[in-house]
Write a new protein. Sequence first.
Length: 146
Amino acid sequence: MNKQSMTDIIVSKKKEKGLTWETMGKDLGMSPVWVASACLGMNSAPKEKAEAISNYLGLDQEVTDALIEYPLKEWAPAVPTDPLIYRIYEVVGVYGETLKEVIQEKFGDGIMSAIDFSMEVDKIEDPKGDRVLLTLNGKFLPYKSW
């Protein structure tokens, strides 16, 4: 089973059971963002977590095996047209160089890891309109000289 077939099955079962990623994460004792990413095929799950997700959803071994498989982290190079995803691209497009300057001013020449990394999505209620708080927490990796 490939990652796309796995994702289709998981998303279908999630919908059938009326679940949210938040509920799944809490019930499984895992980050809902990480659970969503693994179930959408962009991360591999350690065997124990893959089994927990499959058991929770009542899925078979084939799905468990697909959750464990290493993904090909590939996406369309074109700017997406989905409005929410596009806005995140827009933030990086508008503020990317600013973030790079500020991060490198504080840490030196390097990058933020997307491997030693966590992400949280929170809702902040506001009378002027609820706010989305994205927290990207990655280890700083300095470039080496040799």
